[in-house]
Ligand binder design. Structure first.
Ligand SMILES: [Zn+2]
Length: 281
C-alpha cells in the first residue's frame, strides 16, 4: 500500500476534455447535459472519500436518467479517455502518479492500468473522475474484479484518501521449519478504532496480500541464503546486518512486505543462527 496526494486535475475539466473528443455532435450535447450533475457528484465523492464514507454511495445504472452505463463506461472512458489523444494524455498523467511505477494497492506490482476504486460497472457516474482512478498493477486490478462493498469497515484503502501510515499494521512471522518459510499477518495498533483495524484487514484480504507477499518473501529468502553462504557471518553480525536492512525498509515504507520480513528475520534467533541455512519454499 502506498499513499499519494490526490490528482490535481479538475474533475469537470477532465469530463469536458473526454466528451469533446466524441465524434457525433448530438451525442456530445447529451453528455453536456449532465456536466453540472457530474460536478456535484464529483464534489460529493471527494467529501465522502475524505471521511471514509464512499461505501454510502448507492450503486446505479445511469447518470441522472440521461446517460446510460454504457455511455460512461464505453463511450466516455474506453473510447475517449483510454483511446483518444486528449483523454489518453490524462490517463497517462494519472498512471505516472505512482512513485517508481509501483502499484499503489500492493506496492509490489508494476503499474500497468488504472483501477476504478468504485467500479464503473456499478458506479458509472465516476468512470472518468480522476479521484476514482488509481494507478495499479494487473494483479490488483483483475483480482478485485467488480467487487464493491456497502459496509464501512469492509472498504479497502484508497491511496488518495486513506492514510494508515501512523502505525505498524503489517507483520511477518518466521516459521521454524525445513524448508524455511515466512507468513504475513495484519495486527493493527491497539489504539486504533475498530473500523480502521478492520479496514487494513479488508485491504489485506481484497488484494490477496498474504499469498502475494509470501511469494516475494520466498524469493528474498533464497537470495539471503545464497548471500550468507557466499559471505559467511557470525550469528551476531548476521542479526546486525538484518536489523540494518529492517531500518532501511521501515524508513521507506513502514507497512511494506520488506519491512515486515526483515523485522521478523532480525528478531528471530533461530533464523539468525541455523534457520538462514535452510532452503526456502
Ligand atoms: Zn498491485
Amino acid at each position: 500500500m502506498r499513499i499519494i496526494e490526490k490528482p490535481i486535475l479538475e474533475p469537470s475539466l477532465v469530463y469536458s476534455k473526454c466528451l469533446n473528443s466524441i465524434g457525433i455532435r448530438a451525442k456530445r450535447d447529451t453528455f453536456r447535459k449532465v456536466k453540472k450533475y457530474i460536478k456535484i457528484k464529483s464534489d460529493e465523492y471527494d467529501s465522502k472519500a475524505c471521511i471514509g464514507d464512499l461505501y454510502t454511495i448507492p450503486i446505479h445504472n445511469d447518470v441522472n436518467g440521461i446517460l446510460t452505463k454504457d455511455d460512461m463506461k464505453k463511450t466516455l472512458y474506453t473510447q475517449q479517455m483510454v483511446a483518444k489523444p486528449k483523454g489518453r494524455a490524462i490517463y497517462d498523467k494519472l498512471m505516472a502518479l505512482a512513485p517508481l511505477s509501483k502499484c499503489l494497492f500492493c506496492g509490489i506490482g508494476q503499474v500497468s492500468t488504472l483501477d476504478h476504486y468504485l467500479v464503473k460497472s456499478k458506479f458509472p457516474t465516476y468512470s472518468v473522475l480522476p479521484y476514482n482512478l488509481v494507478p495499479c498493477c494487473k494483479d490488483c486490478n483483475t483480482g478485485k474484479g467488480s467487487s464493491f462493498t456497502n459496509v464501512k469497515d469492509k472498504q479497502a484503502l484508497h491511496p488518495y484518501y486513506d492514510d494508515f501510515t501512523d502505525g505498524q499494521w503489517l507483520f511477518a512471522e518466521v516459521k521454524e521449519t525445513s524448508p524455511l518459510s515466512v507468513g504475513f499477518k495484519v495486527n493493527a495498533p491497539t489504539n486504533w478504532d475498530n473500523i480502521s483495524k478492520a479496514r487494513v484487514e479488508a485491504h489485506f484480504i481484497e488484494y490477496d496480500l498474504k499469498n502475494r507477499f509470501a511469494v516475494e518473501a520466498t524469493n528474498e529468502l533464497a537470495k539471503l541464503n545464497n548471500s550468507f553462504t557466499l559471505y559467511p557471518l557470525k550469528k551476531r553480525l548476521r542479526k546486525k546486518h538484518l536489523q540494518k536492512d529492517f531500518l532501511k525498509f521501515k524508513n521507506l515504507h513502514l507497512n511494506s512486505w520488506e519491512s515486515a520480513l526483515y523485522q521478523a528475520l532480525s528478531e528471530s534467533d533461530w533464523y539468525c543462527g541455523e534457520g538462514c541455512k535452510q532452503r526456502a519454499i
